[in-house]
Write a protein that binds this ligand. Structure first.
Ligand SMILES: Cc1cc2nc3c(=O)[nH]c(=O)nc-3n(C[C@H](O)[C@H](O)[C@H](O)COP(=O)(O)O)c2cc1C
Length: 186
């Protein structure tokens, strides 16, 4: 039996009915047997202030500790104005600091995203991938999970009702676990 892998998932949305939070709920269900998904809500992480990076606010510290403990990371990002939402970038910035103490260092990561538009967060995801270079993370390239026209795929109760989307999320998670083992993280 393989040692279980812990994945930390978070969504770049604070919205209660967020479709990206809905994707994370589905991911919890679809996680391979030898892995578990914990989630973290970015609510309460204050705006980044470099003056405070050596005495971080409690919620930012908590987030950073969760990242550090995790074997792999899963991010569900909305697209805001063709890029990643400020709350997501803000949280990433806290957890990457102070210089030399980046909690994302060397971690495997997978991305998915849902939006009301036709490109399903593609532009935001490529911006996020650029950030991974600086963070020295190891993203998986495929599949790319772009959930477009999310209002038709996620019902009013926040349930994913689109079978092809479930299938591609399952594939993403399987690939993330294989990738995490290949990188020797577990
Ligand atoms: C400030 C803002 C900017 C947005 N910009 C985009 C965009 O560039 N592309 C897009 O597809 N959707 C855009 N949207 C719509 C979001 O895709 C939609 O609100 C989505 O539901 C957000 O994700 P969430 O449900 O997880 O909160 C934008 C929404 C907001 C609030």
């Amino acid at each position: 039996m393989n040692t279980p892998i812990t994945v930390l998932g978070f969504a770049g949305s604070l919205r209660k009915n967020s479709c990206n939070k809905a994707l994370l709920r589905v991911a919890k269900e679809l996680m391979p047997q030898d892995a578990k998904l914990e989630t973290f809500d970015l609510e309460g992480i204050p705006p980044f202030n470099q003056d405070l990076e050596d005495k971080m606010p409690e919620r930012a510290k908590e987030f950073k500790a969760k990242i550090r403990e995790a074997d792999a990371i899963l991010i569900a990002t909305p697209e805001y104005n063709y890029s990643i939402p400020g709350v997501l970038k803000n949280a990433i910035d806290w957890a990457s600091r102070p210089y030399g103490d980046n909690s994302f260092e060397g971690k495997p990561v997978a991305i998915m995203g849902a939006s009301g538009g036709r490109l399903g967060t593609a532009r935001a995801q490529y911006h996020l991938r650029q950030t991974f270079v600086c963070l020295n993370m190891h993203p998986i390239n495929r599949p790319e999970v772009f959930v477009d026209q999310a209002g038709e795929k996620i019902d009013k109760d926040g349930k994913l009702i689109d079978e092809p989307t479930r299938k591609i999320i399952r594939e993403l998670l399987e690939n993330l676990i294989v990738w995490t083992r290949r990188l020797g993280k577990k």
